[in-house]
Design a protein around this ligand. Structure first.
Ligand SMILES: [Zn+2]
Length: 384
């Protein structure tokens, strides 16, 4: 899939998510809603068509844009002249390449979260204003300049925080004025449900807060960072109702916590478990087989890995010649540093007359011979 169509799917998904959030409906419902705007019955139909190269027309895209705008709460003063922030931020190609101190990085915004990507590092600032920013550094480049230097980290963080502020301001600009500015009585309006109150309750942590507090944290719970969907004008879920909630003091409300740096080895690691060893050994056995019969033998053989990683291969006497060395399998085992023990056994085989496969290397030919042999048995002849 090329970059353009990939971006298209991402945007449709992002749009559905926004719609679900604004309309308080499950994501699958929002996706089906978007699908119907595109003339399909379900979201599945969109992805199916998209896989065969289908792309929406400009008119269809515009109708989805309108759908998003209409799903947002209306401002008292009507719609902003320059369109909604969310509308423009979803439909802009928002990955930007920049440099700081000569070191390249990418900055992007996804669902309100800010991401900075550099070579071997990723800095992430969540949308919720009191959630911890994190810097992930790949261990293998840990000692390389500049990402482990506090000065560089500080600079990258301040770039990301600045972008996060812009995003928050942009999102809030789509809301009714009353959602961010309490009136004389401290009453604010919920940006999604439209309810008005001077006291609010968090479904997630049972805190209660003033209109001023919730407006200041842009409708994320100032205590636990729950999203605006968890903020309600009464505590209907508590046994004691509103009086059962814990009031938040201003002093309990903290700003953005300090940057947390995680260093992790992100190199791919080889884990040689019995399943993987068996897979390699069996692949080599198939390579060692020189006819259809031996190939069946290679696939049918028992391969057991013992505790110390020694491997036991049990061949079937009729599907593997007694003195045949599985050269490739032994070579693979040597590379893996494991010992091989071989043994033969006699057990019930999947097909009668196993010797038929010794005359061909073609599975098609073998199958033909085997079918004929089964069909040409005479009813009056006793079995051998
Ligand atoms: Zn909370």
């Amino acid at each position: 899939m090329d970059h353009e169509t990939d971006t298209f799917t991402k945007k449709l998904k992002e749009l559905s998510k926004r719609y679900a959030r604004a309309q308080l409906v499950p994501l699958h419902q929002a996706r089906d809603f978007v699908a119907r705007q595109l003339g399909f019955q379900h979201w599945n139909d969109v992805t199916k068509e998209h896989r065969t190269g289908w792309l929406p027309t400009q008119a269809q895209l515009s109708s989805i844009e309108n759908l998003l705008i209409n799903s947002l709460p209306e401002d008292e003063a009507g719609r902003p002249k320059h369109g909604y922030y969310i509308q423009t931020s979803i439909f802009e190609n928002d990955v930007q390449h920049r440099k700081t101190d000569g070191h390249g990085y990418q900055i992007s915004v996804s669902l309100g979260d800010v991401h900075l990507y550099g070579k071997g590092w990723h800095l992430y600032v969540p949308e919720a204003p009191n959630k911890t920013p994190r810097l992930e550094i790949a261990k293998q480049i840990e000692q390389e300049a500049p990402v482990h230097e506090p000065q560089f980290q500080k600079q990258a963080l301040s770039i990301a925080l600045k972008r996060a502020e812009q995003v928050r301001a942009g999102i809030a600009s789509d809301w009714p004025r009353r959602s961010t500015k309490p009136d004389k009585e401290g009453v604010v309006r919920h940006p999604i449900s439209g309810a008005e109150s001077n006291k609010w309750y968090c479904l997630h942590c049972d805190s209660s807060m003033t209109g001023k507090q919730i407006a200041k944290s842009l409708w994320h719970c100032p205590s636990c960072d729950a999203s605006p969907l968890d903020i309600h004008e009464n505590a209907w879920w508590l046994e004691d109702g509103d009086s059962g909630a814990k009031p938040l003091e201003d002093i309990d409300i903290q700003g953005r916590p300090d940057l947390v740096v995680d260093v992790a080895d992100t190199r791919l690691k080889l884990e040689l478990d019995p399943e993987r060893i068996t897979l390699l050994i069996r692949s080599a056995l198939v390579e060692d087989a020189s006819n259809a019969s031996e190939r069946l033998g290679a696939i049918f053989a028992d391969i057991n890995i013992h505790e110390d990683n020694d491997v036991w291969i049990t061949f079937d006497e009729d599907l593997w010649p007694e003195h045949k060395e599985p050269v490739s399998a032994l070579a693979v085992a040597a590379l893996l540093g494991i010992r091989v023990e071989q043994e033969l056994c006699l057990r019930e085989l999947p097909f009668a007359w196993p010797g038929l496969g010794e005359h061909t290397s073609s599975t098609v030919e073998y199958t033909e011979m085997m079918l004929k042999a089964y069909a040409s048995q005479r009813a009056d002849k006793s079995t051998e």
